[in-house]
Design a protein around this ligand. Structure first.
Ligand code: NAI
Length: 330
């Protein structure tokens, strides 16, 4: 039986992970979940929100499904997510954004995969206070990190039958840093003659995305542009309740929704489990369980097509009712 680390998170985390575990079980797939608590719940007992045992569990099992975890404000704790990405060298942030049935959005033909570099750029946090009125941040771009994320994007495109990988930069202005990212893309792209190439500046991309998103397929971006553009793309398909994500490295992968722990709706049984479920579906594909991934995706789509959804999408189903409806389809 496959053993997978399950970080059930806090806030709405336990509600939505419970729903997703039940749905996977109902599909007939047996997974040995190695449940690891993290976040606020363990700070008092273990002193930190991300204890070493959680990292060790992922190191052992290689794959994790993660529900959101609260980052306490002003207590000096680093975000659990940033820590996870750094400790496990999860260099690729993958966010597929595709329209779902019955969810009304401005466009009905969005199918974009955002591949964001996860380890450097302005996110490296190399900052200094030059003087009282001046602060400085360093935008760090290296050839190794740029080439490996571009290779990841092209490999993803080949494996998932995508047609094009478009690189997004501002290389006309940041000629050295973004120029290096662009150059790395060009070099890697030569190994993938079957995939179409495209280069676009990030400002133009944003304008095109809100006017005609269907022209885009796979996007590959440095960290900060990736952060911003992936939220824009999440908005195109219906927002946080349906936005899935994954952090992938050479050795480990952590699949998680884009949204946070939603403390405002904790315990109300109205949280939407779709984003975590879509992340789990991507995880099943990653571990080679494609037929289960397809079955669960179909059950989710049929449920949404019948108009059954949680209040964030305009419906009136509770978390339990929505997941039971998916289970019935299975
Ligand atoms: P949030 O994403 O938790 O919530 C923003 C709004 O979206 C809220 O109104 C919430 O009710 C709604 N929402 C989010 N997910 C939903 C879902 N599945 N179904 C229905 N409604 C949903 O963002 P916020 O409030 O800024 O952050 C809360 C906490 O989560 C913070 O401590 C933050 O650090 C943490 N966080 C954790 C993340 C993670 O673990 N990956 C990612 C983002 C934030």
């Amino acid at each position: 039986m496959t053993r997978i680390t399950l970080i059930n998170g806090d806030g709405i985390g336990p509600e939505i992970s419970d729903a997703v575990v039940k749905i996977i079980e109902a599909a007939g797939l047996k997974i040995d979940w190695d449940v690891q608590t993290a976040g606020e719940a363990v700070i008092d007992t273990e002193g930190v929100p991300l204890p070493e045992r959680v990292l060790n569990s992922i190191r052992k099992n290689k794959v994790a499904l993660k529900a959101p975890v609260t980052t306490p404000i002003g207590k000096g704790f680093r975000s659990v997510n940033v820590q996870l990405r750094k400790s496990l060298d999860l260099y690729a942030n993958l966010r597929p954004c595709k329209n779902l049935p019955n969810i009304k959005t401005k466009f009905d033909n969005v199918d974009i995969v955002v591949v964001r570099e996860n380890t450097e750029d302005l996110y490296a946090g190399i900052e200094r206070q030059v003087d009282k009125n001046t602060a400085e941040s360093i935008k760090l771009i290296t050839r190794d990190a740029s080439e490996r994320i571009c290779k990841f994007a092209f490999d993803y495109a080949v494996k998932n039958n995508r047609n094009e990988v478009c690189v997004v930069t501002k290389a006309n202005i940041m000629k050295l840093s973004d120029g290096l990212f662009l150059d790395s893309y060009r070099k890697i792209s030569e190994h993938y003659p079957q995939i179409k190439k495209r280069e676009i500046l990030v400002d133009n991309l944003c304008m095109q995305l809100v006017q005609n998103p269907s022209q885009f397929d796979v996007l590959v971006l440095p960290n900060l542009y990736g952060d911003i553009v992936s939220d824009l793309c999440a908005g195109l398909i219906g927002g946080l309740g349906v936005a899935q994500g994954a952090n992938i490295g050479l050795d480990y992968a952590v699949f998680e929704p884009v949204h946070g722990s939603a403390p405002d709706i904790k315990g109300l049984n109205i949280a939407n489990p779709t984003a975590l479920l879509l992340s789990a579906i991507e995880m099943l594909k990653y571990i080679g369980e494609n037929s289960y991934a397809k079955r669960i995706e179909k059950a989710l789509y049929t449920t949404l097509a019948k108009g059954i959804c949680t209040p964030d999408l305009g419906g009136n189903a509770s978390t339990d009712e929505f997941s039971l409806a998916i289970i019935r389809e299975l």
